[in-house]
Design a binder for this molecule. Sequence first.
Ligand code: ATP
Length: 268
Amino acid sequence: MISDLYPDTATETALRAKNVNVYYGKTLAVRDVSLDIPKHRVTAFIGPSGCGKSTLLRCFNRLNDLIPNARIQGKLTYQGVDLYARNTDPVAVRHRIGMVFQKPNPFPKSIFDNVAFGLRLNGYTGNLDQIVETSLRSAALWNEVKDKLHQSGLSLSGGQQQRLCIARTIAVEPDVILMDEPCSALDPISALWIEKLIHELKQRFTIVIVTHNMQQASRVSDYTAFFNVESTAKGDRYGTLVEYNHTQTIFNLPKQQATQEYISGRFG
Ligand SMILES: Nc1ncnc2c1ncn2[C@@H]1O[C@H](COP(=O)(O)OP(=O)(O)OP(=O)(O)O)[C@@H](O)[C@H]1O
């Protein structure tokens, strides 16, 4: 599917949101978002707190299904397939579209078992040793852990734990990796490691990253979507997509004043 919702028509679309509203109970949290996420690129979601970046991100792998009062209107597709169709299995969706969270969350298991977890869950019968090694290599962690694969994942540093979580996500071979502020709990050096890793991973995966860090967004992403909080006359607040473009354009020549103010640090 070639996109008409972002400017690079040479790139194929992986994910599409069309007129998406998200409610928590009766409260509108995200209003009328339409955007296409290109394949094998890094797309950053930026914007002030509460503008719905994480809410929208979670729509793409149906994680909002797990929030009892969350309700989604509009259409979300992955390679043209309706993510919310009756016959779409949310477990299969999360298999194709993996997620890395803000706080590294390894299981209280060995490093090896953390990476092998999803494969075992899927009944994988092939060579686990090989996939664990490849996944740890892809997550730039192999050299640091190859001699202690049977130590607990929790014994690693925060930055290593986050790379372990990335290895765990990669092991089941998703197409898309959603990252919700993956560096915000890490020290600056570990954060740079993850950024470097993101550059490498985009050769194989489509990546969407929520970040509060403007420099990070400008360093790692090809496209940037800027969201903002708007309010109704009654004072209800909801998030909207203000501007979506090549990252270079968003940071150097944004079309909207709100984008300009946000990226120059004047609000948010
Ligand atoms: N589980 C939930 N139940 C009710 N309201 C929620 C829930 N999660 C988020 N919200 C509300 O939805 C709105 C958007 O929140 P969301 O976390 O998606 O924004 P965000 O841009 O990711 O914020 P931040 O940058 O602070 O993480 C906020 O008003 C928030 O309070």
